[in-house]
Ligand binder design. Structure first.
Ligand code: ZN
Length: 292
């Protein structure tokens, strides 16, 4: 009897950048509606998705391991059990990748939203999922999400999922947080702040020798729509105008310099290039890399 597969292979994919190896780790995906889009009608948004063979807004959630100079960092931690059962797979996929969480010495966050930082701590035990890791994040993030006045002024959902989640997930790391403004935050990883989506949202440039990879964080949430129409923002952008301005800067840099990019919401494993198309852009997935 031939056995038909019942389960997908693990969401793990390696890619070399000079002497550094970057491993995409899937957290799974989140399904949602188009009513979170701003600066576009839902009908126009749906039209772009249909033309891209996407029946609905399905958002990939990715994290990335960085093996550099004999050290190991993890960019983002996925969504834990805060969002949907189709996500929260980072720990399982790390295990499938043969990674012991005790070996991760730094967790680098592009920002503190639940799909990025809610995998830091096991809330059942209150223990850190990455017991030996320092937590590395732009200084504006805790400043914003730990601000009681800002929390009090936020809608209920944002209070719970953004402010409360950021506080409780990062609490066990309080004595091991390293805040940055910009610059090198891990060997070969340089933070380039691109504020707007959140007050401390940052992108990470990974460089080794002549090779580079830009991890652009949440520059896009709905890739097909926001590359075609860079002005399109999300309901959960802290400052939509600043987010759109940051997106245009990132797009211009990536297209002009022909950079390899990846992001937390590009379809797994996410490695791609960005080509100019009229007044917008188009992501072109990078070819499969057979060897490391
Ligand atoms: Zn996100």
């Amino acid at each position: 009897m031939i056995k038909v597969p019942q389960q997908q292979i693990p969401g793990v994919y390696h890619r070399r950048v000079g002497d550094i190896v970057v491993t995409a780790i899937s957290d799974g995906f989140l399904d949602g509606s188009l009513d979170v889009l701003r600066n576009i009608t839902q009908e126009e948004g749906r039209q772009i998705l249909v033309e891209s063979f996407r029946p609905a807004r399905r958002t990939a959630v990715n994290a990335f391991l960085v093996y550099s100079a004999g050290r190991l960092a993890l960019i983002e931690t996925g969504s834990g059990n805060y969002l949907q059962p189709t996500a929260g797979k980072v720990m399982a996929n790390l295990k499938a990748a043969g990674v012991d969480p005790v070996d991760i010495e730094a967790v680098l966050l592009t920002h503190m939203h639940p799909d990025h930082s809610a995998g830091l701590t096991d809330m059942a035990t209150g223990q850190r999922n990455f017991p030996n890791a320092e937590l590395v994040v732009h200084e504006n993030e805790p400043r914003h999400w730990f601000d009681d006045a800002k929390m009090a002024g936020a809608p209920e959902r944002a209070r719970r999922l953004y402010f409360q989640c950021a506080r409780e997930q990062t609490a066990p790391y309080r004595d091991r947080m390293r805040l940055f403004k910009a610059g090198e935050i891990f060997p070969g990883v340089t933070a380039i702040p691109r504020h707007g989506h959140t007050p401390g949202h940052a992108t990470f440039m990974i460089s080794s020798g002549k090779e580079q990879l830009l991890v652009w964080g949440d520059t896009v949430h709905v890739p097909e729509v926001q590359t075609a129409r860079p002005e399109v923002c999300m309901e959960f952008d802290t400052d939509a105008d600043a987010a759109a301005a940051s997106r245009r800067k990132v797009f211009d840099m990536v297209a002009t310099e022909r950079l390899l990019v990846t992001g937390m919401h590009l379809h797994f494993p996410g490695f791609a290039h960005l080509a100019r198309r009229g007044s917008g852009y188009q992501l072109i997935p990078a070819a499969w890399e057979h060897s490391l």
